[in-house]
Design a protein around this ligand. Sequence first.
Ligand SMILES: CCCCCCCCCCCCCCCCCCC/C=C/C(=O)SCCNC(=O)CCNC(=O)[C@H](O)C(C)(C)COP(=O)(O)OP(=O)(O)OC[C@H]1O[C@@H](n2cnc3c(N)ncnc32)[C@H](O)[C@@H]1OP(=O)(O)O
Ligand SMILES: Cc1cc2nc3c(=O)[nH]c(=O)nc-3n(C[C@H](O)[C@H](O)[C@H](O)COP(=O)(O)OP(=O)(O)OC[C@H]3O[C@@H](n4cnc5c(N)ncnc54)[C@H](O)[C@@H]3O)c2cc1C
Length: 636
Amino acid sequence: MEGVDHLAHERNKSEFDVDAMKIVWAGSPHAFDVSDRISKLVASDPGFRKDNRSTLSRKELFKNTLRKAAYAWKTIVDLRLSEEEAAKLRFYVDEPAFTDLHWGMFIPAIKGQGTEEQQQKWLPLAYKMQIIGCYAQTELGHGSNVQGLETTATFDSQTDEFIIHSPTLTSSKWWPGGLGKVATHAIAYARLIVGGREHGVHGFIVQLRSLEDHSPLLGITVGDIGMKFGNGAYNTMDNGVLQFDHVLDVYSIAFASIAVMLWVSQVTCEGKYKQSDVPRQLVYGTMVYVRQTIVADASCALSRAVCIATRYSAVRRQFGSQNGGPETQVIDYKTQQSRLFPLLASAYAFRFIGEWLKWLYADVTQRLQANDFSTLPEAHACTAGLKSLTTTATADGIEECRKLCGGHGYLCSSGLPELFAVYVPACTYEGDNTVLLLQVARFLMKTVSQLGSRLSSKKPVGTIAYMTRVEHLMQCRCGVQRGFAELSADLVEAAVAHCQLIVVSKFIEKLQQEIPGKGVKQQLEVLCNIYALFLLHKHQGDFLSTGCITPKHAALANDELRSLYSQVRPNAIALVDAFNYTDHYLGSILGCYDGNVYPKLYEAAWKDPLNESVVPDGYHLYIRPLLKQEIRTARL
Ligand SMILES: CCCCCCCCCCCCCCCCCCC/C=C/C(=O)SCCNC(=O)CCNC(=O)[C@H](O)C(C)(C)COP(=O)(O)OP(=O)(O)OC[C@H]1O[C@@H](n2cnc3c(N)ncnc32)[C@H](O)[C@@H]1OP(=O)(O)O
Ligand SMILES: Cc1cc2nc3c(=O)[nH]c(=O)nc-3n(C[C@H](O)[C@H](O)[C@H](O)COP(=O)(O)OP(=O)(O)OC[C@H]3O[C@@H](n4cnc5c(N)ncnc54)[C@H](O)[C@@H]3O)c2cc1C
């Protein structure tokens, strides 16, 4: 039935003010207003249509992405959108594109690491998109091990230029988004060589393509690396390969002469390398920035999957009909609730940890500008660890939501396969999740080794303040220092536990703030308790074996979880409505707002290209000869 809200009875059950929760989710009334306005603008504009992606060939898909990016830019300019509105527009357009790397990495890298002179030269061009940049760090042979990169940048003191070169096949840049077909410039990471001496990896601004006809400049070989996981999905992005052959033609020389990102070090005209007194780790600064944005994004992807699975679970009925009455909604099965509601709680938990991390990043940035580097290690550990935790949980959560939707979850029209395919590389890019957890473990072990050390007067603060209260850490000190590599699998688990502690404690801190709206705070308390108790339940073996809880505690926690699920149940639909997602953004028949799933699924099936003809192409060549036992005469 068109126009009927099949989920109205569910919405009527809710016990809290959904509009107030929408504002909590968005972050503020202003943020809600921007998000609501822009999401509707995108949804109502046929130029941003996205329901045909899985049926397009790679070339059609990519051309369509170029069109959308140009159209989005025109919309931004015509409507004079603010930066905040433009970022929301990109979010709701919901298609990975070269522009993400331009705005998300190229510009932040220049802002974060470039000198004032470099910023003045490049930023105005980049802001107007008169140049398009990418972030070319990873190579065919090395991604995680940044110090292992092989590309060289040799300073030629005769000409005052850097000669950028790829000495081996494995030094080819490999993966950078936007590089394959679009970027005119790159921040390329290379080993700096001055006067025959090496000075580690630095970023260089290099021009790749002509601004006149887009052809690669002399010495540059560049292209796309090929199809990636899933149909549509991340294939809208031109991840690229790039080789430099002693790049030094006249055109690029003009750029190369001011190309090295010299905030952390300087090369003088006489060919002397000077390390400035800021920490070398600032070369990695752009990664810290992007990891923080990835954490903020995790709650969006997870909430989207949870919204689809929750609405569909309320629509779907299986078994349990009494006296010819309706069957049971699958959302009423306790097993469904125990899989779904912790994910709903995680979506909210990740929303708040994303907000907090944004604050932490702003704080460390301010300190860096004032030459205070003291909180950089903690910011690195938090961004790396939380990026790892939230992306792993989100990728797993999206897949769980697909299973929660049964067979229909496997259809592209459920939106879940594409969401998973687009999202899952977040576990790898911006740092493989295990490699990042090892960084957290390193930070934790360094802290442990300083605990009680007579030489260190530093007391752990911030997210590691609790460590002073954990007495047995003192005894761990010696063993861990001796055997980091040997114990790394356990240390990674400790790093996850540390990050979970941050997520839980920031959720609790959020609840200590004033939260307006009838019943809103109570709902968030229920979700926070589910998040924490679910973790305790999942890891009860560890808690029991370390004597942190007794079996009685474990049983109580389990009882409490069941009771919390019952409290969420009447509010489940309203809690996902609070994300305020349009049907366009959700891109899912199973998750549509009105719950009118079956007619929409039926209608969508007939739109598949295979159904354009009743008898398929190929019938005469392959099916008929089979049926007629004429396979020997068929043209195979
Ligand atoms: C107006 C219009 C507006 C329009 C608006 C449109 C808006 C559109 C916006 C879109 C936004 C989209 C956002 C972007 C989308 C994301 C797309 C992603 C694309 C993917 C990109 C990439 O993947 S880029 C490549 C990323 N690569 C990695 O992450 C590599 C991982 N490896 C490493 O980070 C490092 O090599 C290492 C840390 C693993 C090892 O480093 P190293 O070899 O030096 O070893 P150590 O372990 O010895 O470390 C030394 C020392 O340094 C410390 N440290 C390490 N890293 C950092 C760091 N990042 N910061 C600070 N400190 C660091 C480490 O702890 C050690 O310290 P000690 O004190 O010595 O212990
Ligand atoms: C979709 C996508 C987009 C990307 N975009 C960009 C981009 O725009 N710019 C860019 O520069 N790069 C980009 N990348 C590259 C990305 O940053 C790297 O792939 C990532 O950092 C992982 O590095 P790797 O591929 O070398 O993995 P590897 O390090 O080879 O990892 C392979 C395995 O080894 C393990 N491993 C590695 N080192 C250790 C260790 N020390 N201890 C224990 N285990 C270890 C890992 O856990 C993993 O299981 C992109 C990648 C993808 C998938």
